[in-house]
Structures are given as structure tokens and as C-alpha cells.
Design a protein around this ligand. Structure first.
Ligand SMILES: Cc1ncc(COP(=O)(O)O)c(C=O)c1O
Length: 467
């Protein structure tokens, strides 16, 4: 679903004030449990509290806007994935959110870590992650990034192109190392939320096509290379996936490929990675399966397909990102202005502008991602009013929460909290309009600690030699 208008986002869908899925709440202050981190609740005074800290006290200490990670929630989710997929390997996808402390939490909870640039690799290593439990992704890894991975001894490099195989072989020859690799394959399956489409999705930049034969060629080439150890293949089919249908097709196609490789070489590769993309609740409508349900589903799919191809079940890995850090994170903003816009036909929309926006969460502007929101510093008075939470940037599409019912009496100085904001918010944040990026704090048992400090104007000006 997209809300964009060909004439630009400023001409967006003004005639339909509320989407069908959004119903007027009986109690506008009630928090929908599935959206919020484990230790979030409204206290007796009506304030939002996260892990023993009120939203107002977090803002008093860390400023506004601020991303807040509920550490216990993050760690609990990491453990749930690890335990549900026992016997398989769970790699946390660092692109969703990474800093050295999070890298350490992930290692402490027994997960591996997936990185896709030299920058993410540097953070993972600085966070003390065992290199053997790191996988390096990327469709265009530079020689420096590959060199850094070889030097560190990462456990797997997920190879994405023939050029990369050549580059890696040269680097291994130069350094006298051998690289452990997986081949990233495209299965032709693309899954997003409830839909999955099992054809015609080859037209994208990642990996080697199974359908066109490029995947098998890359596998055979890597297998015969004296510089590479081919461990297996890797497939990632999409994002915000709520069920196992897309994985079923991907598993069938990847396992068939492993069977073809065995036919061609006599060798059974030991590993298969089924990627990430497991969905979370951004809005009430989203009802993702639990890790345990997904694990059961994926296990029986893989076992069934392996039986069909006469293959031993390979060592399977998965790469959840948002499903671990997304629900653990809440973004808190301060309201600056409130404005009601007449839409005609007796319809109106209230715009609540806050002190952040598309620079700290690009997802709504980038792909019409939906979020929810709540008044955080107090319980509101008055009835629910259909509202749009917007940012402070010079773009009509600078929207954080497209549609939400918020209390009638919201005004400047109030705090708005956006749940499920832990993934792809800070990690995709920019300095658009020269807005410094907000800090990320962790809260645990009433204690607040800084994971990433707030950027300052001095940080931004330090990049400008003319300043
Ligand atoms: C290869 C790969 N693995 C894992 C992920 C993580 O996805 P998610 O955060 O939706 O679980 C991504 C996301 O783009 C990806 O490209």
C-alpha cells in the first residue's frame, strides 16, 4: 500500500481521513499491549513508564527526541529466538540497530551477528563479538571490507557476485588466508507481510539466480577454488513476513539446489541460511507469529523438503533483526505545534508536529510504513481525535505516524511516544536539514544508560572544513 500521489506527497490522499483498519478506541489512553515493549505501561498518574522510568524523566535526562531501548525486552526476545531455534544458528541482523553495547548483549545471549558493511563489522568487533560468529553480507563489498573480514577471521562471508568471488580469491592469495563462504541465492520468492509471490522477483540486485543457473555455477566455482571453503547457500526473501508460506517455497528451491550441487560434485554442503524478515506489530492489525510457532513451521518444512530430496537436514541459520530490536525500542518526541486542517466535506485532520521526523525515522516516508503513537507524559482528557504525527523537516512527506487517534487536549510541550521504533530508525537516520541525530538510551530497572549519545551541531560542523 502506498499513499503517494504522482504530483508529490503534498497531494496525498486527503479525501480518506482514516484507514479502514484504524478504529476509534474506547479509551484513547489505553496501550495496546502487542505494540509496546515488555516493561512499558501507564502508571497510576497516567504517565508512560518504560522499565521503571517515566517518559518525562527519560526526556529530562537524555533530551528530546530520544530512542529508548527496553534492555530486558531486547534480551528476552533474543533468548526467545535462540531457544525456539535450538540446534539452528540465530544471527541478529545488525543493520536493524547496532552499537557496541547491543553487539555485546547479542553475544551474551548466545546469538551470532550479521553485518553488511565494514562499519557494522568494526562495531561488532569493538563490541567484543567472536569473529567466528559473525557473517558479512553486502552486494558490493569493497576490497577493504573483505580484507577487514579476512583479517578478523569472520565465520562466513556471504558472497553476492562473480566479481566478488574473484576479488576474494585475490585477497586470500595475497594474504595466504582461506575464506569460508556462503553463496547468496535468489529463489524468485519475494515475501512482504501477508503476501508472497513466488515468480518474477529475480529483477533485483542481490545474489545469484537459481532459476537462471548462475547460483549453481557460482557454487561449483567456489567449491573448486583453492582459496574458498564453500559452506552452503543463503536466501533472504523479504521483510515483515508473518507466516511461513514464502519460506516454504524458498526452502524447497534452495534444498533442490543443494541436491543439484550434490549431483554435480558428489558433495553435500552442510549449511543453509533462510535469512530474516520476520514481522512485528507496528499497528494493531499486525499479528506476527511467535518465534516458537515460526520455528515449528520452518523445521517441519525443512525436514519435509529434505526427505523429498534425499538430503540430510543441513545446519540451518536465520537472521532476525527487527523481530529482536523493533518492539524493544520506543521513540519519544516533544510536541511543538498542533494544527487542524479542513479537508472539505466536513472532514478534518489534526496535524501534531514534533521535534523529530523523517531524519530519525525514514520508514514512513520511504515505504509508507505505518506506526502507532500515544500521549506519553500524562493521560489525555477529552475524546480521541484522528491525528497525523509529523516532523519538523521541509518535506510534505515528513510523516512519522500517518493515522492515529490521540487525545483531544494534546498541545505544545506534551510528549508523544511511538512504539516499535527500535529497528531501522536510528540505523537509517540521517542529518537531513542538518538535524543532529537523537541519542539511544537503554533503560533497565529504572536505570538509564547511553548507548549512543546525541549528535551536536559541533559534530556536524566538524565535518565542514569551511566552518
Ligand atoms: C540478508 C538479510 N538478512 C536479514 C535481514 C533482517 O531483516 P529483518 O530485520 O526484517 O528481520 C535483512 C534485512 O534487510 C537482510 O537483507
Amino acid at each position: 500500500m502506498t499513499h503517494m500521489h504522482v504530483a508529490g506527497s503534498i497531494h496525498a490522499d486527503a479525501t480518506s481521513p482514516a484507514p479502514l483498519w484504524l478504529t476509534r478506541p474506547d479509551d484513547v489512553n489505553a496501550l495496546t499491549e502487542q505494540l509496546w515493549s515488555k516493561n512499558a505501561s501507564r502508571n497510576a498518574e497516567g504517565e508512560l513508564e518504560i522499565a521503571g522510568r517515566t517518559a518525562a524523566s527519560i526526556v529530562a535526562e537524555a533530551g528530546s527526541p530520544v530512542y529508548v531501548i527496553d534492555e530486558d525486552d531486547f534480551r528476552t526476545r533474543a533468548r526467545q529466538w535462540r531457544d525456539a531455534f535450538e540446534g539452528w544458528d540465530v544471527y541478529y541482523a545488525g543493520k536493524s540497530f547496532l552499537c557496541t553495547t547491543v553487539a555485546r548483549w547479542i553475544a551474551e545471549e548466545g546469538l551470532g551477528l550479521d553485518v553488511c558493511t565494514g562499519g557494522e563489522l568494526a562495531v561488532a568487533l569493538r563490541g567484543g563479538v567472536n569473529p567466528a560468529r559473525i557473517g558479512l553480507h553486502g552486494n558490493n563489498k569493497s576490497a577493504d571490507e573483505l580484507r577487514a573480514a579476512l583479517h578478523a577471521g569472520v565465520g562466513r562471508i556471504i558472497v553476492d557476485s562473480s566479481n566478488e568471488i574473484t576479488r576474494l580469491e585475490q585477497l586470500c592469495a595475497e594474504s595466504g588466508t582461506v575464506a569460508e563462504v556462503m553463496i547468496r541465492v535468489t529463489t524468485g520468492v519475494e515475501a512482504h507481510t501477508h503476501e508472497y509471490i513466488a515468480t518474477a522477483h529475480e529483477d533485483q540486485k542481490f545474489g545469484f539466480s537459481i532459476n537462471g543457473g548462475a547460483a549453481l555455477v557460482a557454487m561449483v566455482r567456489s567449491h573448486h577454488s583453492p582459496h574458498l571453503v564453500l559452506k552452503g547457500i543463503h536466501s533472504h526473501i523479504g521483510s515483515q513476513i508473518f507466516d511461513t508460506n514464502g519460506f516454504e517455497v524458498a526452502a524447497r528451491r534452495t534444498l533442490k539446489l543443494l541436491a543439484q550441487f550434490r549431483e554435480a560434485t558428489g558433495v553435500t554442503l552442510p549449511e543453509l541460511d533462510l535469512g530474516g524478515g520476520f514481522g512485528i506489530s507496528y499497528i494493531k492489525e499486525d499479528t506476527p507469529a511467535t518465534p516458537a510457532e515460526l520455528a515449528d513451521g520452518l523445521r517441519s518444512i525443512v525436514e519435509h523438503e529434505c526427505r523429498g530430496f534425499g538430503l540430510a537436514v543441513p545446519r540451518i541459520s536465520i537472521e532476525p533483526g527487527r523481530a529482536i530490536c523493533g518492539p524493544s525500542g520506543t521513540a519519544i518526541y516533544t510536541v511543538g505545534t498542533v494544527k487542524t486542517v479542513e479537508l472539505g466535506g466536513g472532514q478534518s485532520r489534526r496535524y501534531v508536529a514534533v521535534d523529530g521526523g523523517m531524519s530519525d525515522n525514514i520508514r514512513p516516508a520511504l515505504y509508507a510504513a505505518e506506526y502507532s503513537a500515544a500521549l506519553a507524559n500524562r493521560a489525555g482528557d477529552g475524546g480521541p481525535v484522528l491525528s497525523r504525527v509529523v516532523g519538523k523537516h521541509c518535506e510534505g512527506g515528513d510523516i512519522l505516524v500517518r493515522d492515529e487517534f490521540l487525545p483531544d487536549d494534546i498541545g505544545p510541550g506534551d510528549l508523544i511516544a511511538v512504539p516499535a521504533a527500535g529497528a531501522y530508525s536510528r540505523s537509517m537516520a540521517s542529518n537531513y536539514n542538518h538535524v543532529p541525530r537523537p541519542p539511544v538510551v537503554a533503560v533497565s530497572n529504572g536505570r538509564l544508560s547511553t548507548l549512543l549519545r546525541r549528535e551536536t551541531l559541533d559534530d556536524l560542523l566538524a565535518l565542514d572544513p569551511g566552518a
